[in-house]
Design a protein around this ligand. Sequence first.
Ligand SMILES: *Cc1c(COP(=O)(O)O)cnc(C)c1O
Length: 464
Amino acid sequence: MDVQERLRQLPKVDALLEREDIAALAGEVPRALVVDAVREAVEAVRGSLLEGHEADAGADAVAAEAIRIARAKARRSLRRVINATGIVVHTNLGRSPLADAAVDAVAEVARGYSTLEYDVESGERGSRHVHVEALICRLTGAEAAMAVNNNAAAVLLALARLARGREAIVSRGQLVEIGGSFRVPDVMAESGATMIEVGTTNKTHLRDYESAVTERTGLLLKVHSSNYRVVGFTEEVPLEQLVELGAKHGVPVMEDQGSGVLVDLRAWGLPYEPTVGESVTAGADVVTCSGDKLLGGPQAGVLAGKRHVITALKKHPLARAVRLDKMTLAALETTLRLYLEPERAAREIPTLRMLSATRDELAERAVRLADEIAKRCGDAYLTGTADDVSRAGGGALPMADIPTVVVAVSPQRLGVVELERRLRMGDPHVIARISEERLLIDPRTLAPAEEPEVVDALARAARE
Ligand SMILES: *Cc1c(COP(=O)(O)O)cnc(C)c1O
């Protein structure tokens, strides 16, 4: 059969829509999406044929493809995944899962009306800032605070207010790119500040800042080099010294702290990370951080600092453009409240709970999980446990190898790449790592309730 003949044989959209198997999608897939799917399936075959490829133009084959496309379209795009990678703040997988209390608070304010900008005492208009300001101040020692959409927005807002039309001095060692689209020089340009780079990639001295200060200087900026480390022959100027220099010249000092550490992580055997409170205490005029990295809350940007600075930031036109919605505020307020009792924060905030899980605790879970997999899946897999490392992720603690014990799965009847694909494409999606021909499942990032789901997913993948 030549191409023209096959094109003529292609079923018509209307005819396909009348088929019983496609009509049966009603109730499962909205009619509009069924029509789109049928058109796409017909077009896909037509395109293939015109490009000279083999394609089945029969009505049954086109209908089967249309049904597949229709079901895919009917599925919600933003879906749950099971994170078995051991990367705790996994940016592509949504960074920090929320504490149950935070989820409940989100649901409550989302479902109905709330005190978002309403003061029940006076019966008058209130401010959305009140829900988190006192808490941030209590936890960091700052005079004033606010929260915006994310840390990138916090940095942009602060730069625009403090340094627009003026010069902002920053060390060359801190001109970082975070996650592809946040680059310090680009954010600086967008804010209207002129960036003055000082020092070198590995070493910047106080005298480098000092000699760059002029009457045009609007800001001294320190950026936490979140996702990488300069190691070896290095020097950074401590925040305290920048604050002294700023005071001498009447120039404000800002720190972009990045990961949002509110408690000393060394208590859990993790490397030292400066806390937001330490930067506030060191005298920074404003400190910014993310809400959904090590803080373990929703996507947000937290600004903590001097009252006159925060007051000015709240009034800036950009503040309205980057303001938080009620659901995020509910999640952030609830997460911050948990920090008022640090042991409770460690227990209930998933990011902290996962980061602080010990190797021994994880070894026990890994052994149990490996046993379950062996029991359920028989000889489909060779399953054992192995020492490995988890990562904090999200550009936090980049050098920290956090000891863990993983379940190592060697498929006996299919390739490990195919196993990884089947788990990833499954329902629920299970995302795992491959290393040395084995699929690794790190219990650190699995909620206990997800363990049986991983076993089920492996059993399904073996049967497919
Ligand atoms: C992550 C990070 C940002 C960007 O924060 P988002 O909350 O992702 O917008 C900016 N600066 C530093 C130092 C960071 O670590």
